[in-house]
Design a protein around this ligand. Structure first.
Ligand code: AHG
Ligand code: MN
Ligand code: MN
Ligand code: MN
Length: 327
């Protein structure tokens, strides 16, 4: 019999109050994921999901699609039933108050891969769970400014050919897959290990002319192949939904790069520290991979703003170290 997410979380929590709170939050996020997966699966039958909602971009400057907002609403509805005090979200400028007595704060990217909604390509949800004490954080916004190393749990869901949850509770990274017959997430991989070495990278190459010098030098060396300084041929894969690129990396290794570039507003790249880079860095490290901004471990960076961007390189640890050597 496969282990259900519920049973796994119960076993993890035991009678520890903080772990029980974390378990409740993860279970609620997974439940929201089941609902979002059903919406995503409607594809062309619900083509309005990809329509831009309203004239104003979100706080980070992205246009908001219908499904970005609907996914956020589904997560809020679930987390209202968990001991979560505040929710920080890509789609809301300031933290959303949930439960005054909550002992956690959660940060989410409700829908990652917004530009892929109407293309029948995987999208997902990313979450980060941090401890909260009202006395320590008179301003709730500050609770979301904890370093990634303070995360109690993190992970992401991918709504693809299968709906999967990649989760860490702080001891290794597990993959659960949604069993559509029962509606349960079942444990599929108990301890994920990202291969240390790789010959595969993921990058939006159309930005090449904007890249900084180290990034350009690294990709040039990969492109030079067997006869170049790396002495091997590389393969390139880029879905454009970070969650899908991340799941491939968790499956067979690889590196994902979105570093700073010369475009206006892209000095720190495209990804957001609190609800994209930190959770992905946590599950990556727990799977024996690595995540850096080029010079600093992602989990050691002190956040300053909820929607702050950060250059992000993550995946196979030897290749991430190699990339860092260019910086
Ligand atoms: P989001 O849809 O949550 O705003 O995030 C999109 C991110 C990430 O998923 C993806 O890898 C990257 O943006 C793609 O950016 P480009 O369109 O610049 O390639
Ligand atoms: Mn967005
Ligand atoms: Mn995203
Ligand atoms: Mn998003």
């Amino acid at each position: 019999m496969s282990v259900t997410l519920q049973a796994y979380l119960r076993d993890f929590a035991g009678d520890d109050a903080q772990k029980q709170a974390v378990a409740a939050a993860v279970a609620r996020i997974a439940q929201a994921g089941v609902a979002i997966a059903d919406l995503v699966a409607q594809g062309p039958l619900a083509d309005h999901f990809a329509k831009v909602r309203g004239a104003d971009p979100n706080a980070g400057g992205d246009t908001q699609k219908e499904l970005d907002v609907i996914a956020e609403e589904a997560i809020i509805a679930e987390l209202k039933q968990a001991p979560v005090a505040f929710l920080g979200s890509e789609e809301s400028e300031t933290p959303i108050p949930l439960n005054a007595a909550g002992t956690l704060v959660v940060a989410v990217d409700p829908l990652d891969g917004s530009s892929n909604i109407d293309t029948n390509v995987s999208v997902g949800t990313i979450y980060s769970i941090l401890p909260y004490e009202a006395a320590r954080f008179p301003d709730p916004a500050d609770a979301l400014m904890q370093k990634g190393a303070a995360q109690l749990a993190a992970g992401f869901l991918v709504y693809g050919p299968s709906t999967v949850l990649v989760s860490t509770l702080g001891a290794g990274t597990q993959v659960f897959a949604l069993d559509r017959a029962s509606g349960d997430f079942l444990l599929a991989v108990a301890a994920v290990e990202i291969p240390a070495e790789t010959k595969e990278y993921g990058v939006n190459q159309s930005n090449m002319r904007h890249w900084d010098t180290p990034m350009r030098a690294y990709i040039d060396d990969c492109l030079a192949g067997k006869d170049g300084p790396r002495g091997k041929d590389f393969n390139m894969r880029w879905v454009g939904s970070m969650v899908a690129d991340a799941f491939r990396i968790f499956t067979r290794g690889g590196v994902y790069l979105y570093t700073g570039d010369k475009r206006k507003g892209y000095a720190a790249g495209r990804l957001r520290l609190i609800y994209e880079a930190n959770p992905v860095a946590f599950v990556t490290e727990q799977a024996k991979g690595a995540a850096t901004d080029g010079t600093t471990r992602i989990l050691d960076i002190q956040p300053e703003k909820l929607h702050q961007r950060i250059p992000l390189v993550f995946g196979s640890r030897d290749e991430v170290a190699k990339i860092a050597s260019y910086y």
